[in-house]
Design a protein around this ligand. Structure first.
Ligand code: HEC
Length: 495
């Protein structure tokens, strides 16, 4: 059997030859390998994903276990999972850098607008794959990242509730969310990605790779080696892929894929952290509160995506050199700097939320101070605001609990075991002493700003005030403060 046998039966040669030996513009360099690299990374993820799917079980009580099984029992399982995990991060990064390189080189300009737009959709699909894949291990961080991001979706005016239900398969993150994300992650998005990649490559081939804006005028073509897709460019791409693969294998063998307790485990004041490529948005949100958090969390992604789609229609179609596009350059650089900066702040856990706490403007009793201390120490502000300030909006505003008519007993029971009070509640359980629980309820009930005006306290102030009053062992430490007598009787009541 020789080459002719196949050739006669399939007749692929007339199509393959021009594809393989297509001439590329002069000056096609390493940056142009990023597109190929993205595809190769996808192939890697596709095959490691197939093997993982053979062992993975998408149900809340089995998912974690099945991942343990993959890590410990399946031959090379931990390396496979590592390759899938690190490869996914690499793919997001490479696709993003590919997008930036195309932006800065002006290669997206006419007649390549559609190539760019399909590329942007590919980028979004890649992010979607990362997002849906993040939930699958069903550990604490997976669960909470999904809870937090679904709360953003739910906050959209009008359609938010509806979209939230579609996203989660119900009111909250549950087994239905897991199977839903699994199906989207395994079937829908990969299929979409393949179709889009074929479209993208087709368009790239129709228009050819964009020449370097500078190469056209400055350099003469004579004497430079011919560039073809095969072998020159494919060779270069293979080298890049091999280097990346070696790094990924290194990470998989020597690094550990971060892994946390199974979702639903009781961990006090657990702080959800999103995957690094979503970190910037979550960090950005921590700078806003109240209605502004909703606005920013919805507007920023929508505007960012809209701008990406509009990019090819902005600016002069024929000016490609970066030096002649100061506005584009400023926009691109600002965007990148902001994203990198916010990501770094996010990783450094700079938390602007919870730095200030609104309290009633009167002297607080020792009991209430204790409650405030617990509130700050346990980071309730990670999910709760008080009167629209000082926290995130994952949970309800706690200034309302008094006006909603919640009783001390209700609040105690709720914080200790939210699911026992409301089975669908997503709030973590807090294993606090009865004294701390009633103190917390005390301060929550005191947050009624219709009775007293509001005063803003600093986090440090709260922490300091309690350590001062704690160090003195006398029960009547409050006696010399105005309002102290009320305190004493309240304290007596508690015991
Ligand atoms: C990880 C996020 C998160 C953290 C941290 C958190 N909560 Fe919650 N909390 C929620 C959510 C979400 C709800 C609403 C759940 C529901 O009813 O569906 C809630 C509900 C509540 C409620 C019930 C309000 C009502 O009117 O029924 C109280 C009280 C409460 N939280 C207090 C606290 C206190 C005190 C802390 C700190 C010790 C805290 N929460 C920490 C997410 C959180």
């Amino acid at each position: 059997m020789n080459g002719n046998w196949i050739r006669e039966r399939i007749g692929w040669e007339p199509y393959l030859r021009p594809f393989l030996f297509k001439k590329l513009p002069q000056g096609t360099g390493w940056m142009a390998t990023l597109g190929n690299l993205s595809v190769l990374l996808f192939v890697l993820l596709f095959f490691t994903g197939i093997v993982l799917a053979m062992y993975y079980n998408p149900s809340p009580d089995k998912a974690c276990q099945s991942i343990d099984y993959i890590m410990n029992e399946v031959p090379m399982g931990s390396i496979l999972r590592g390759l899938h995990h690190w490869g996914a991060g690499a793919m997001v990064l490479v696709v993003f850098v590919h997008l930036l390189a195309t932006f800065f080189s002006g290669s997206y300009k006419a007649p390549r607008e559609l190539t760019w737009i399909v590329g942007v959709v590919l980028f979004l699909v890649t992010l979607g794959l990362g997002f849906t894949g993040y939930l699958l291990p069903w550990d604490m961080k997976a669960y909470w990242a999904t809870v937090v991001s679904s709360s953003i979706v739910k906050s959209a005016p009008g359609i938010g509730d509806y979209m939230g239900r579609i996203m989660l398969g119900g009111e909250s993150v549950s087994g239905l969310t897991l199977t839903r994300f699994y199906a989207i992650h395994m079937l829908l998005l990969p299929a979409l990605l393949v179709i889009l990649v074929v479209m993208h490559i087709y368009l790239v081939r129709v228009h050819g790779l964009a020449e370097h804006a500078e190469a056209k005028s400055a350099e003469s073509e004579i004497g430079r080696p011919v560039q073809r897709f095969f072998p020159e460019h494919l060779f270069r791409s293979s080298i890049v892929f091999c280097v990346v693969l070696v790094i990924l294998i290194g990470l998989s063998v020597f690094g550990t894929v971060p892994r946390e307790e199974m979702a639903g485990t009781i961990i006090d004041s657990y702080q959800p952290k999103p995957e690094w490529y979503y970190m910037w948005l979550f960090q950005l949100l921590t700078y806003f509160s109240g209605i502004w958090e909703t606005i920013v969390s919805l507007i920023v992604p929508v505007v960012a995506i809209a701008v990406l789609f509009l990019v090819p229609f902005l600016g002069h179609p024929n000016i490609r050199s970066l030096a002649d596009r100061p506005a584009a350059m400023a926009m691109g650089v600002t965007g990148v700097v902001c994203i990198v900066y916010l990501n770094l702040m996010g990783f450094a856990s700079v938390r602007p939320y919870g730095e200030t706490i609104p309290v009633p403007d009167r002297t607080l009793s020792a009991h209430e101070k204790r409650g405030l201390f617990v509130y700050v120490e346990r980071e309730c502000a990670y999910c709760h605001q008080i009167s629209g300030r000082g926290g995130n909006r994952v949970g309800p505003d706690l200034a309302n609990v008094a006006s909603k008519g919640r009783t001390e007993d209700y609040l105690n029971r709720y914080v200790k075991n939210p699911q026992a009070v409301k089975s669908t509640s997503i709030m973590p359980k807090y294993d606090l002493s009865d004294k701390d629980l009633t103190a917390l309820s005390g301060i929550m009930l005191a947050l009624d700003f219709s009775k007293y005006p509001m005063k803003i306290m600093k986090r440090e102030e709260v922490l300091k005030s309690i350590s001062a009053s704690q160090s003195s062992t006398t029960e009547n430490v409050q006696a010399h403060l105005p309002g102290g007598s009320a305190t004493a009787s309240e304290e007596a009541k508690d015991r």
